[in-house]
Design a protein around this ligand. Structure first.
Ligand SMILES: *Cc1c(COP(=O)(O)O)cnc(C)c1O
Length: 416
């Protein structure tokens, strides 16, 4: 049976162990919330200093050219491409996930409307358990379009295939569910979506930097995702959007600002989209936070997603096994799939007092988070989480549960 010494031994032979030193983590904290806000790469502080003091402070407006500010969305997109199975000029880092989803959905609906074989289709299919902003953005778009589009919410992943039919224009799915950690089969679902004549828009918010993704091999159509979660880009860091090469010439979205223009500085009065993924850009980018995204990508460049995945599965397997073995006398319910192929890089357990227990964990330095209903969520980020962290986190959980050392009247924070 695994004990703390076995965990120390696993750390000693962990090929990713050295990468932890590239992150700044406070003493006394076991950080299991990198699925919500990734930890800070140490390099981000010097990079921020450089962008603010030198590039902005000294070089001023010249930095759009001399510091490569103007190209930054594409340059970062090309580096991120390696983590999600994309090619050069298919990804840009820009705007938020919500906004990129709006652009992707609008473009996908328009591609379908322009095709006589699919122009009558009026349904967007997604999951009821999808992250709410994804559903809200789809509802906002369809309501605003006012052309009879509807959003169909499917209750369970197994029901998705049957819910996709000849009425379906677009299927918008989040690859790894934010609450349960359930990972959909991207290749199989995309093939089914295409067989039904629909387009597949994938949200990689909990996948990029967390699990191997191969968008082109899956023949996905469009994708979006987050950089502030597993990619450690910083709070509110710009998101990304991916446009498969074969769709780029047809990709049009309603937020057609000057940064997506073929000749932004020609100041023409007609919009003419530029080539490649840059046509997904809207306006001037937040350069300070955009620049910091590179620091997280620099760490990923020192490993491979296969190595990250191997450790992620080992960490999540270990956590599940230890919680079940040591805390099994408490009313905890595993929500995350045991099957590796269906699991992301987080583990969720329900507990009737989940919110209070999570607050007690956080107070003792084990930082996870809580999601309605009753779900305690633990994210495992292989770049900076060790095996002994897993052991120690379960030890703290056990103490809290055994002593019922949590406050049932804990005030709810605005952000949980
Ligand atoms: C985290 C997350 C988002 C976040 O969207 P923002 O626009 O950055 O607030 C969107 N979708 C999913 C599936 C997420 O997990």
């Amino acid at each position: 049976m695994t004990d703390r010494n076995n965990c120390l031994a696993l750390d000693a032979s962990d090929p990713l162990a050295a990468l932890r030193d590239q992150f700044d983590l406070p003493d006394g904290v076991i950080y299991l919330d990198g699925n919500s806000l990734g930890a800070r790469p140490k390099a981000a502080l010097t990079r921020a200093q450089q962008v603010i003091a030198q590039e902005w402070g000294s070089d001023l407006i010249r930095s759009w050219n001399t510091a490569g500010w103007f190209d930054l969305p594409s340059r970062l997109g090309n580096r991120l491409a390696a983590l999600i199975g994309a090619e050069a000029d298919e990804v840009v880092v820009t705007d938020s996930t919500s906004i990129n989803l709006f652009k992707a959905l609008a473009a996908a609906l328009q591609m379908q409307a322009a095709n006589p074989a699919t122009s009558a289709r009026r349904v967007i299919v997604t999951e009821r358990s999808n992250f709410p902003t994804d559903i809200y953005m789809a509802q906002g778009l369809t309501t605003w379009l006012d052309r009879g589009y509807t959003v169909k919410l499917v209750d369970r992943p197994e029901q998705l295939p049957a819910a996709i039919d000849a009425q379906t224009a677009v299927v918008m799915l989040t690859h790894v569910n934010y609450r349960t950690g359930y990972q959909l089969d991207m290749a199989a679902l995309t093939a089914h979506i295409h067989a039904q004549g629909a387009l597949a828009v994938w949200d990689l918010a909990h996948s990029a930097g967390a699990v191997p993704v191969d968008l082109n091999r899956a023949q996905a159509d469009l994708a979006v995702g987050c950089t502030y979660k597993y990619l450690n880009g910083g709070p509110g860091a710009p998101a990304f959007i991916w446009i498969a090469k074969r769709h780029q010439a047809k990709f049009r979205h309603p937020l057609s600002g000057w940064w997506g223009h073929a000749a932004p500085f020609a100041m023409h009065s007609e919009f003419q989209p530029t080539a490649g993924a840059r046509r997904a850009l809207c306006g001037t980018q937040p350069i300070v936070s955009l620049a910091l995204v590179e620091c997280g990508l620099d760490v990923f460049a020192q490993t491979t997603m296969d190595q990250v995945r191997a450790k992620s599965l080992a960490l999540t397997d270990l956590f599940i096994a230890l919680v079940e073995r040591r805390c099994g006398h408490h009313p905890l319910g595993l929500v995350t799939p045991r099957e590796h192929a269906r699991r992301g890089s987080q583990v969720s357990f329900t507990h009737p007092h989940g919110y209070a227990v999570m607050q007690a964990l956080i107070a003792r330095g084990v930082i996870g988070d809580y999601r309605e209903p009753e779900i305690m969520r633990f994210g495992f980020t292989p770049l900076y989480t060790s095996y002994v962290d897993v052991w120690d986190a379960v030890e703290v959980l056990l103490q809290i549960l055994d002593k019922q050392d949590y406050d049932l009247n804990a005030e709810r924070d605005a952000v949980t």
